[in-house]
Write a new protein. Structure first.
Length: 301
């Protein structure tokens, strides 16, 4: 794991996230995590070629997957398929704790036969963006119990692989019981356009960005651009840009001593006063108060 990348989202040229794996030699990320309102890793839409699982240990939280909000309670697990647009959300002021497991599905491809029989029917099925495992059902309990063992073996590639195969078998069984596997599939022709626009904003947020520019990056009209952002992330393109800029502001406030004027310029704002106004509107406190709170938290650790 690269410590300098902890808490950051790094992307490829196609806009997909590069996962900061626990071990650079093995494509798996496992962590005992937590979430509460306004932390920097909340509500950050992204996608990656890895699959993602999260089991809630305590509290309540949610995931947005391709624009659909899925609420999760203690004992629930969510599986997010590869290349789906998703992000985590806090639901209450109280903290929710979870185990997260992100892994590249290439681990499962031990042969062409296994790939075609067990892997591709799930990975290539756009009708299967996610599966929610409710805590009270048998498959849910089985997958949850496996997830709880993962943090202790995160550095053991063999043990992680062994558990991943067991988890995948449960995913297959659940997908078949829902009728998701084996059905005709519907292709979302607009998802690629949205991913291009999302990446364009991520790359250009420091510069002047207009709705026309965002739409052009995805090869769609301004009207369709607005509809796609509403569908996948439930905000307008301009508000998505604003929220991304504010998240970048929080990173600079936490990790640097730059002035507000310097941060405003780095994050694409036309002046420190406007940045401060938008920051207070979205975060609920002024940039200086936020910086002081973060400095106080560091001294307590």
């Amino acid at each position: 794991m690269k410590r300098e990348l902890m808490g950051l989202i790094v992307k490829r040229t196609d806009g997909s996230e590069i996962i900061n794996y626990n071990n650079e030699a093995f494509p798996s990320y496992i962590n005992d995590g937590w979430i509460k309102p306004h932390v920097t890793w909340e509500r950050v839409p992204h996608f990656h070629e890895d699959v993602e699982l999260l089991s809630v240990k305590s509290g309540r939280m949610a995931y947005s997957v391709n624009g659909k909000i899925i609420e999760l309670n203690a004992g629930d697990t969510i599986f997010v398929n590869a290349n789906q647009i998703h992000y985590s959300l806090a639901l209450e002021d109280e903290m929710a704790r979870y185990v997260i497991f992100v892994i590249n599905p290439s681990i499962l491809k031990t042969s062409v036969a296994v790939e075609m029989q067990a892997v591709m029917p799930i990975l290539s099925n756009p009708n299967l963006p996610y599966i929610r495992f409710w805590h009270k059902y048998e498959n849910s309990k089985a997958i949850y119990e496996i997830m709880q063992t993962l943090p202790d073996v995160r550095q053991d590639a063999f043990q992680v692989t062994k558990r991943f195969f067991s988890i995948w078998e449960i995913i297959m069984r659940q997908g078949q019981s829902y009728g998701f596997i084996g059905n005709d599939i519907d292709v979302d022709i607009h998802m690629q356009s949205f991913k291009k626009m999302m990446y364009f904003i991520q790359k250009e947020y420091q510069n002047k960005v207009t709705l026309e520019m965002i739409a052009a990056s995805g090869g769609v009209s301004k009207s369709l651009c607005n509809k796609l952002f509403k569908k996948y992330v439930d905000v307008s393109p301009i508000n998505y840009l604003l929220e991304l800029r504010i998240k970048k502001v929080t990173e600079y406030l936490r990790t640097t001593s730059y002035s507000l004027t310097e941060i405003a310029e780095l994050c694409g704002f036309n002046g420190a006063s406007y940045m401060a106004e938008m920051f207070k509107k979205l975060v609920g406190k002024s940039p200086l108060n936020y910086r002081n709170e973060q400095a106080h938290l560091k001294t307590e650790l």
